[in-house]
Design a protein around this ligand. Sequence first.
Ligand code: FE2
Ligand code: FE2
Length: 569
Amino acid sequence: MPDDNLPESTPIRVSDNRLVDPLAAVSRRGFLKLAGVSGLAATAGTLSTARSASAASADGTPEQIHLTWGSDPTSEAVVSWASLAPAVNPRISFGTAGRPARIAHAVQRIYTDGINGETVFTYHAALRDLKPGTRYQYEVTADNDSSAKAPFTADFQTAPRGRTRFRWTSYGDLATPNTKWVLSYPQSRFAVEAVERFEPLFHLLNGDLCYANLNPMHQPSVWRDFGNNVQTSAANRPWMPCPGNHEVEFNNGDEGFASYLARYTLPANGTRFPGRWYSFQVSSVLFVSLDANDVIHQDDGSFVAGPHPLVPAPSTGNPPIEPGTSHYVSGYSHGEQTRWLEETLRRASHDHEIDWIVVQMHQDAITSTKNGNGADKGIREAWLPLFDRYGVDLVLCGHDHDYERSYPLRGCNHHAGVDVATGAPVDTLQPRPVTTSEPANGTFDTSHGTIHLILGGGGTSAPLDVYGEDPANGQVQAKVFTRPNRPVPGTTPGTFVRHGANAREDAIWSARRDTGTGYGLAVFDLDPGMPGGKTSITMNYYHAPGADRTPTADYELFETIVLAKTRRG
Ligand SMILES: [Fe+2]
Ligand SMILES: [Fe+2]
């Protein structure tokens, strides 16, 4: 594929060793504009550029370098990376400025892709006994690092201890900047740089990381392009992911998460399913990251539509995957995740150090996209009652590639939906808003209801920012899966399709939708408040107008909401 439609400066190297840089399409104007609206002193000069890996040397040179929190973000972080061949003595040296460096040796995690047979080498070094609220420098290397004379270095900050102000950011559905891959788009480069410019303590990446499973013969290469793109930010601050439907890959583990789990070391959950779900606390906020693939009805993982089978490389020993096969993992934990969630929320409800509970997951309980996936009754059945009972404040999702915000929700209305085929009543468990007007002072009290945000505008090439409307009354209308949409024969012989959502309902819960673009990111600032007073979270959603047509570095403020409640303790 020719490079002429690709930008020209500050390139990153992609999997086939081409240099790709979406920045050439824009001026520095975008950075300055964004710095202005955010009030931050960020400029282009503060941006770090991910070091490109040398694809030509199959060695232990670290690449795809990224941070995650350990179980306690005030004292533990993990540096993870990959290399093209086994690394010899992979390690981190780290420390604070002016202090002797410590060494953390990395553990190796490898897997062989079950479709193309490529072996992937990943490394994970836990940095422990760190000081809270402290900046650490680190260096990543190995004995066979081709850059050993000038190893990769970066720095990051640990979480503060106690009730302290901090910022986090979030979006899902990122993909890669390499347009060779299905659903990849250069906006994903700008999206990573946008996170960096807002300088959050950490970023929540709400699933559908890179869409490797839509490029089944090239999955490790797609992950590599993703990893080298996010390194621009994720080497400087933790990026905490949850699995989306596009992390579910054929022949890569029971739930298809081998690629995902090899690359991420995430806080322990104490169950038989490490890495799929976890929680961590920063300041007075408990973050709970869930795998909604486990509870949804929709069938949205890997799928062979036909007419030809998907034929794995002979070296894998895996048989052809026949047309009509989908990797449907719903229910895989047999309730273990939901039991863990309830126990986690129950404990938080008794913890006077926790004022806020923020949930991250990929698929949606509420969404009114017209052309995207739709809401899922499985989440409404399994988890919304727990969010109500234990007072979850905020739910951050992706999956539909747009921005939508709900009113605060509690409980549900029954039999408010209809079957799309027959018009017969369907019980969609329609979430019930506690108010249907915007507060005069712009401040919501989430102790009365949970606000859901769809933040699916990372960078993938399929924006979904058109919303459903009921032709009878002009109300916003949503599609809802209330049962599985398993593959059925299509109109072309030998092909299969998965139909869309089977029900619809009026989206009485929908407060705001971005019809201008599918791309953006949410920036959250916690104010812990004073004893006996209020605490608040201010959410600013920045979107990228025009990005549906042309990738852009310009992120502008779309809306601001404030959540406020009485501080506990
Ligand atoms: Fe997606
Ligand atoms: Fe998705």
